[in-house]
Design a protein around this ligand. Structure first.
Ligand SMILES: [Zn+2]
Ligand SMILES: [Zn+2]
Length: 205
């Protein structure tokens, strides 16, 4: 675990929200789709199930996407502070349903968009305080615009989990390597150079 548990849950949910749109298909096209997203990410509290609610959440999604990609701490700080204020964030420690102490940042009866926004903003507070902006990333796979939060200890995660990006990229790299080897071999033979002893001298005792 890199951040506090509830921070990680909130960051993963925020990335997932952004990724309902990034690759050109809007997965939150209708209110029921939002309901499924909320179930999947275990959001509790008020849900209206209205088009107005969905529109508001889509607005938040666009906002979070910009925040994710800014890479500029000063910009992020200003936007996070604004989001905390606008959503009426009011952190309270709670313990429920088998979850140990964690933060709830808004009243369960507050509008969904405010609760989602406040939760994301509180998690981003931890990102800023820990100087971890570089952990908010865009997927390294060609043609993928999904975002991810790198929660690995050694900060090594490069690919999103919306599709099969890591695997797809590794397979492509493997094929490219095979192709290079296949074309490189005859060239080496034609050159006919013997290995130069001087180059391997260091590995000898
Ligand atoms: Zn809770
Ligand atoms: Zn990806």
């Amino acid at each position: 675990m890199y951040f506090a548990h509830d921070t990680e849950v909130a960051l993963v949910a925020a990335a997932a929200l952004v990724n309902t749109m990034t690759n050109d298909v809007d997965e939150l096209a209708e209110p029921p789709a939002l309901g499924r997203f909320l179930d999947e990410h275990a959001y509790t509290g008020r849900r209206d199930g209205t088009t107005a609610e969905l529109t508001a959440v889509r607005g938040l999604r666009a906002e979070l996407w910009e925040l994710w990609r800014t890479g500029d701490a000063a910009v992020l700080v200003a936007r996070v502070n604004e989001l905390l204020e606008r959503t009426g964030a009011r952190p309270q420690l709670v313990r429920h349903d088998g979850w140990d102490w964690h933060l709830h940042v808004t009243d369960p009866a507050a509008p969904l968009v405010d609760r989602m926004g406040a939760e994301a903003a509180m998690a981003l507070v931890d990102v800023v305080r820990g100087d971890d902006l570089h952990r908010l990333r865009t997927c390294a796979a060609d043609g993928c615009r999904a975002v991810l939060v790198d929660l690995s200890r050694n900060s090594s995660r490069r690919y999103c989990d919306t599709g099969n990006c890591a695997n797809r990229t590794h397979v492509a790299a493997y094929r490219a390597r095979r192709r290079d080897e296949a074309t490189a071999r005859p060239v080496v033979r034609r050159a006919g150079r013997a290995p130069q002893p001087g180059l391997t001298a260091r590995s000898e005792p």
